[in-house]
Write a new protein. Sequence first.
Length: 289
Amino acid sequence: MEKVRIVEVAPRDGLQSIPLNIPTKRKVELINRLSSTGLQEIEVTSFVSPKWVPQLSDAPEVSRLIKKNPLVRYTALVPNKVGLNKAIESGYKSVAFITTCSETFSQKNTNCTISESLETIASLRSLWSQHNMHVRVYISTVWYCPFEGKMNPDPLMNVVQKLIDLNIDEISLADTIGKAKKGDVEETLEIILKYWDPSKFALHFHDTYKNAKQNIISGINLGFRNFDSSVGGIGGCPYAPGSSGNVATESVLEICENNGFDTGINKQSLSDAGKYISDILHKGEKTNG
């Protein structure tokens, strides 16, 4: 049976924009539960300034307290050299960066140009290489931008080529505000496939407008086998208006099973982890002890 790999992003991308303060021990328990589901990769946290993402200010503590499963890759999002060094200090062998193909989004999100964003990533290559790290890069606003609207594929291709030149291990193409439809997705992915192998990419869909499932099927049909998702469908980008709703890992698992693909994930364990975090978010302070 052909395999599909799911990257679980709930602990970072899912929780980052949740206004309720989630206690460190709850995050650790969520990650430990996810570690026992059969997932191959979990994005644990982000070493960003607590001023920008207060929910993840406990990144060092969470990283120290989780029980690491040797079969799981644990990834931390890092914005710059300070973040990368903190991830290294916390024992990470896998990190993720974010860039975009929208100049307006880049300025509003990180106060820099796309070129400057890519230069920051490039400047850290020797550091991550020295530590034999696995590196993935998210490209935001691949199909639609909250400020520029529908995106032309040309800037995307330029960004992808620069990341390929840096020997980035995996590039995650993100539908940041969830507006991409089947035709949009197929058009862009078909251009990607003219130049690069689909194994180099992951697809990161949001279900804001209920397009994610069809978009994942389109990706699978075109040969893409890596998908990002969030257990319980929690979260979205705090800097993108209307971005709420990562596609639920449970939905991706169902799509894969219905189409004859193996994810290696235990459905019941995943469901239990989703219920655990959903209960915490719904009960709020009652579960905050």
